[in-house]
Design a binder for this molecule. Structure first.
Ligand code: SAM
Length: 359
């Protein structure tokens, strides 16, 4: 039942976003009473749990605030300069919902929850340095390979510029120190690579089932609306990543992974390491697409040579003794290298580098 899904979504953000927790908890009560939330969510009553209707509702409300259409509610939203006053939040949300029932309903129905998390560029950057250097060593070279980066499930493509981001460590800044986006990667340990080498990216491409065009106001609002509005560090990170994207556009194609990947992998560039990358995508991919994607990659792996090597680099949740943890995994062909490089928080920071074989 929808009210239970709202309550479950509220629980997920209890500790991390008191504002979203309170909004969804009060909305769940309102649904049970048949209040305005029931009219807003009309037509979404049978939506699957995996589509997270509560977060789509919270995102649609946040979007109203960002668009300046929710005057009375904006004072609670830090993303527009407000300060949450939780006891009066729902009282102020009600008139906004009443005024915009149709708009919020359309938004909830038209949208899919989408986060494109720039923090994941930090493990990606370290993983690419390792891949470029290990592939070079295996080919008997002293200079790391240049990289062609192919991202499946790229969303708005915010992680397609890992070489144009700065990574602030205690003693230095890796990557581009002048970038609008400088991350604190919060690394324990370091990538097993020579960090003084520059990462050279000579090609980038991405695909997504629901690509977000961040060159448009609509695309930027879409990604922004799903940041929980009292998480200002994430908000600032997203703004900086959007600013960076504006200076260096990369189109994300609309496609499910396998066909797109097959097209991209049909050609290989000499002296370039092709890296297939995906982060927090695998759980959404259908079993048929997973099998097809594996076959496409296996086929390309057989064609890889020491001068046209191929890598798979993924940052995905994997089952562990205490639930799930997000691990960075690397495979290299034809070198036959298969490594688990470490694990971190779902948004990419903090991250612990700790190399073991990837079984
Ligand atoms: C949680 S988001 C992660 C986005 C991005 N990889 C990141 O780490 O910031 C998952 C993305 O996977 C996309 N997606 C899901 N299934 C897909 C498929 N079969 N092919 C391509 N993209 C897919 C979704 O549209 C969404 O943009």
């Amino acid at each position: 039942m929808l009210a239970e899904l709202f309550a479950a979504a509220a629980e997920v953000c209890r500790d991390r976003s008191p504002l979203t927790h309170r909004l969804l908890d009060d909305a769940a009560d309102d649904l049970r009473r048949g209040g305005v939330t029931a009219r807003v969510m009309a037509g979404s009553e049978r939506d699957r749990e995996g589509t997270v209707p509560g977060l789509r509702f919270a995102g649609a409300v946040h979007r109203l605030v960002l668009e300046g259409r929710a005057q009375g509610l904006a004072r609670h939203y830090p993303t527009v300069g407000g300060r949450p006053d939780l006891p009066t939040l729902w009282r102020d949300a009600l008139p906004v919902l009443e005024d915009h029932v149709d708009l919020v309903r359309q938004q909830v129905q038209a949208t899919v929850v989408q986060t494109n998390e720039p923090g994941r560029s930090a493990p990606l950057y370290g993983g690419l340095l390792v891949a470029a250097q290990e592939a070079a060593k295996a080919a008997g070279r002293t200079v790391p390979f240049c990289v062609r980066l192919l991202e499946v499930g790229a969303s708005g493509g915010l992680n397609l510029r890992p070489h144009r981001v700065g990574y602030r460590l205690e003693d230095t800044v890796l990557g581009d120190r002048d970038s609008p986006l400088v991350l604190d990667p919060e690394w324990t340990g370091r990538p097993p690579a020579d960090l003084t080498h520059r990462l050279r990216v000579v090609g980038r491409a991405g695909c997504d089932l629901h690509p977000v065009d961040v060159s448009t106001e609509d695309g930027r609002l879409h990604l922004s609306s799903f940041v929980w509005a009292d998480q200002l560090p994430r908000w600032d990170r997203l703004r900086a990543a959007l600013d960076l994207a504006a200076t260096d556009p990369v189109e994300v194609e609309r496609s499910a992974g396998p066909e797109w990947l097959a097209g991209q992998l049909a050609r290989a560039e000499r002296d370039v390491l092709t890296v297939v990358w995906h982060s927090v995508v695998w759980q959404y991919v259908s079993p048929a697409d997973r099998a097809m994607g594996r076959a496409v990659l296996a086929d390309a792996a057989m064609r890889a040579t020491p001068t046209t090597p191929l890598a798979l680099l993924v940052f995905e949740p994997r089952r562990a003794d205490d639930g799930y943890r997000f691990e960075l995994l690397l495979k290299l062909w034809p070198a036959g290298i298969s490594l688990n490089l470490g694990h971190g928080a779902g948004h990419g920071t903090p991250f612990t580098w700790s190399v073991t074989p990837w079984e």
